[in-house]
Design a protein around this ligand. Structure first.
Ligand SMILES: [Zn+2]
Ligand SMILES: [Zn+2]
Ligand SMILES: [Zn+2]
Ligand SMILES: [Zn+2]
Length: 582
């Protein structure tokens, strides 16, 4: 069994009709309601109607008949269900509820006082009007003779308004009281009651119903198989509603308790069971009902896939990795991707819990008893708690591998330098130029690898995404290998190469490289005289030795050839030097 659900088969099938007995207990209650009526009924009072009905047929007989004729409506838990034929109606003229018989109701506009604030003066009783003495100016313009007989103009404040130009006057609309007669009730404070049209009484209807509550108990021992009994007990309602249960022998128990009606019944239903096998794993599967059977059983899938307790401390990453690519996990991932938008904006924990619940409900809907509630919740955990860390795990492994290869490249370049440098030294090449070339080569090699590594990492995560059937590919920057991975990879290559070269020089192995390095260090620290001696010795050697000291003595690089020849000719075969460097 690998989660693809394609290699399982049913065994030991058994289908038969199971029958059992049960008893239902019912209680009665009366419920009465009163409301406004528009049309009168000619019925007699309710009490008389009820008495006549119950005299004609006691209520438990009426219910027994109902249960016998439609057992599927009654032999399941019912709560305050109306008993057919037991609804009684009666209308009566009664004192009006709204006005309590007074025929009028308080006016809402004036609070029953009959008067409302004056609109003209906003209830203040006074009106600010223009001062008539000064015409609103607040002063009078006057002239007088000044001390030098010239005319002076001056202002005389108005005494009527004190200079303000306006005076308070009693409001003409309300005569200064601030209140006027209410327009809606014309000052009476009362309005005609609209509920009873001012009659003080109106028509009401009473409705009284007989309500039934009850539940059924089942005697399931004689079925002989606990699986079927469990389904009947847990899903009785659904089975009865879907018509999977056939009732017979429905009858009231002989001796009746005072207020409880007991009804005995027999019932039968189609049932089936089988063993599901897949490889070494087997599980019982059983059902009740034929058209829409309710299936129960042991969770074969959960058992075969070893799905752990969803509330336990399982290694969800390892489980997810083990189930990657299997149909069950892919379906669970699809559910979370579909529902992701529904749960956006929640906290991380709430989001995780909501998504796990979505997966659980959906998978139970699809696989029911095969997976079981716990197994389905486990799948949800795998998706929510396994995939992200699994991605991290894959990316981490890839990182380590990529850095390892970068280190290896550094080592290879280091070895190439170890082999190559003594030849360059023997040729007398300028070690600084050579070193620059080495650095350049190492840089190109390591950056090429860093970019390749990024492609590889991306491809690996894409493969994982495909395997898990993720719609949103796991990709950059989620793998982390961007600038950081690139630079770390380059640094690693350089560090390893430098370490290899330093170690080789320090331990003097191989001796050719160590000797060449020592040469260069010696030349770097030598005086001109020492260099000259070294140059002459090198030029005279057979075959010609390292001419680097000669080159170091030549201050002008453009003339280096003549320069070398000069040193060489003073001591030995100048032409040989020329040949060497042409
Ligand atoms: Zn009324
Ligand atoms: Zn005035
Ligand atoms: Zn007023
Ligand atoms: Zn009013």
């Amino acid at each position: 069994m690998d989660g693809n659900l394609d290699d399982w088969h049913l065994d030991d099938m058994e289908a038969r009709r199971i029958s059992f007995r049960g008893q239902a207990g019912f209680t009665f209650a009366w419920d009465e309601e009163r409301s406004r009526a528009n049309a009168a009924l000619s019925n007699p009072p309710i009490d008389e109607q009820v008495k006549a009905a119950l005299d004609a047929r006691p209520i438990h007989l009426a219910l027994t008949e109902c249960v016998c004729s439609r057992p599927q409506d009654w032999l399941l838990p019912v709560s305050r269900k109306a008993l057919p034929g037991h609804e009684f109606r009666h209308t009566r003229v009664e004192t009006c509820d709204s006005c309590a018989g007074k025929r009028t109701v308080d006016c809402g506009g004036c609070g029953a006082s009959g008067r409302v604030p004056c609109g003209n003066c906003s209830g203040s009783g006074t009106d600010r009007v223009m001062c008539r003495s000064c015409g609103g100016m607040g002063y009078f313009s006057r002239t007088r003779m000044g001390p030098n007989n010239q005319t002076e103009h001056y202002r005389d404040t108005c005494w009527g308004c004190g200079g303000g130009g306006r005076i308070n006057e009693r409001c003409g609309s309300c005569g200064g009281s601030g209140r006027v007669t209410c327009g809606r009730c014309r000052g009476s404070g009362q309005l005609t009651c609209s509920d009873c049209q001012g009659r003080g009484s109106r028509l009401y209807i009473y409705i009284r119903r007989a309500l039934v509550s009850g539940r059924s108990g089942l005697a399931l021992d004689e079925i002989g198989f606990a699986g079927w009994a469990g389904i009947l007990r847990d899903h009785w309602n659904a089975l009865v509603t879907k018509g999977a249960i056939e009732f017979s022998g429905v009858e009231a128990k002989d001796e009746q308790a005072s207020d409880v009606l007991r009804i005995n019944f027999s019932a039968a239903a189609d049932a089936a069971r089988a063993t599901v096998r897949s490889g070494d794993t087997a599980a019982q599967l059983y059902s009740v009902g034929s058209d829409w059977p309710i299936v129960g059983g042991e969770p074969l899938l959960a058992r075969a896939l070893d799905l752990p307790d969803p509330d336990g401390d399982a290694d969800w990453v390892a489980l997810t990795a083990g189930l990657a690519g299997k149909r069950l996990l892919r379906e669970a991932i699809d559910v979370t991707e579909e529902k992701a938008a529904d749960h956006k904006g929640q906290s991380k924990d709430a989001y995780q819990a909501a998504q796990i619940a979505e997966v659980r409900d959906e998978m139970i809907g699809r696989y029911g008893a095969l997976i079981g509630a716990e197994g389905a919740a486990s799948l949800g955990n795998m998706v929510m708690k396994g995939i992200e860390p699994l991605k991290d795990r894959v990316a981490g492994k890839s990182w380590r591998k990529n850095l390892g290869i970068a280190a290896l490249l550094g080592l290879v370049v280091g070895i190439v330098i170890l082999v190559h440098f003594p030849y360059q030294d023997a040729r007398g090449a300028d070690w600084r130029e050579t070193a620059l070339i080495y650095v350049g080569v190492l840089f190109v090699v390591s950056i090429a690898w860093a970019l390749t590594a990024r492609l590889l990492l991306r491809r690996q995560l894409r493969q994982l995404s495909r395997k898990l059937d993720l719609t949103n590919m796991l990709g950059a920057p989620r793998h982390g290998w961007t600038t950081w991975g690139t630079s770390l990879s380059i640094c690693t290559a350089f560090a390893v190469a430098v370490a290899a070269l330093y170690a080789s020089w320090h331990f003097g192995w191989p001796s050719r490289f160590a000797g060449a390095a020592e040469n260069q260090i010696r030349y770097a620290n030598a005086t001109d005289d020492q260099l000259k001696d070294a140059c002459v010795a090198a030029a005279n050697a057979k075959p010609m030795a390292n001419l680097y000291p000669c080159r170091r003595l030549c201050k002008n690089p453009a003339n280096s050839l003549e320069c070398l020849m000069g040193f060489g000719s003073s001591a030995g075969p100048a032409l040989g030097v020329e040949d060497e460097y042409r």
